[in-house]
Ligand binder design. Structure first.
Ligand code: CA
Ligand code: CA
Length: 210
């Protein structure tokens, strides 16, 4: 399925040389950089970039991520140049945070995912939307929104250190450092370890076909 033809191989080899010369994304081995770029170039569109649909397909297939709202926000978090396409210099750092990121980097990433309107705060409304979206519907409950509202208040109590009824990046950092489980409090947006291991095996397979 991955296109390892002569021109892609040449392109990837050149890119990996440039990246290692600049010491970028250095937490990946050369081997992994090759594989990640093969995946990118085999999936991209005619304009040499990944669009939203291509990105989603990759994440759904490799990381079993299927939540539309979160997937959309993940795309926006990767797309730091904010042009609605993913280029290699967005693809590689995004995956580096997922696979090798420090807690600090993961905090910045998940905050960015959860701040739906990008205003620098996770508001009550945003928490409500995220939690409602990620919870399994309980048909027996009379008013499921009530349960979500309670969760929002519990989350605010835990995370709103400066008491302004919203969660800033500072609040979020403090809360996650106190309790690491809060990192994905509003929905899964980082792949779990078994998925990362499976992805690493896939990278090895791609390289062994070279
Ligand atoms: Ca972009
Ligand atoms: Ca916000």
């Amino acid at each position: 399925m991955y296109n390892l033809n002569q021109s892609t191989r040449k392109l990837v080899a050149k890119e990996v040389e440039e990246i290692t010369a600049k010491k970028l994304y250095s937490r990946f081995s050369k081997h992994q950089l090759h594989a990640l770029l093969y995946i990118f170039h085999s999936t991209k569109g005619k304009n040499d970039k990944l669009d939203r649909g291509q990105f989603r397909d990759l994440l759904t297939e490799d990381f079993n991520m299927t939540d539309d709202l979160i997937l959309d926000r993940m795309f926006r978090a990767f797309d730091w140049k904010n042009d609605s396409y993913i280029t290699t210099d967005e693809w590689l750092p995004g995956l580096e945070v997922w696979i090798h990121g420090t807690l600090e980097e993961k905090i910045a990433y998940t905050f960015n995912v959860y701040d739906l309107n990008g205003d620098g705060y996770i508001s009550r409304e945003e928490m409500f939307q995220l939690l409602k979206n990620s919870l399994v519907k309980q048909p027996s409950e009379e008013d499921p929104d009530e349960g979500v509202k309670d969760l929002v208040e519990t989350a605010l109590k835990k995370m709103d250190y400066d008491h302004d009824s919203r969660v800033s990046i500072g609040d979020f950092k403090q809360a996650v450092q106190a309790d690491n489980l809060l990192l994905e409090a509003f929905g899964t947006c980082l792949p779990a370890w078994p998925q990362i291991e499976a992805f690493a095996r896939k990278m090895d397979q791609i390289m062994s076909k070279k």
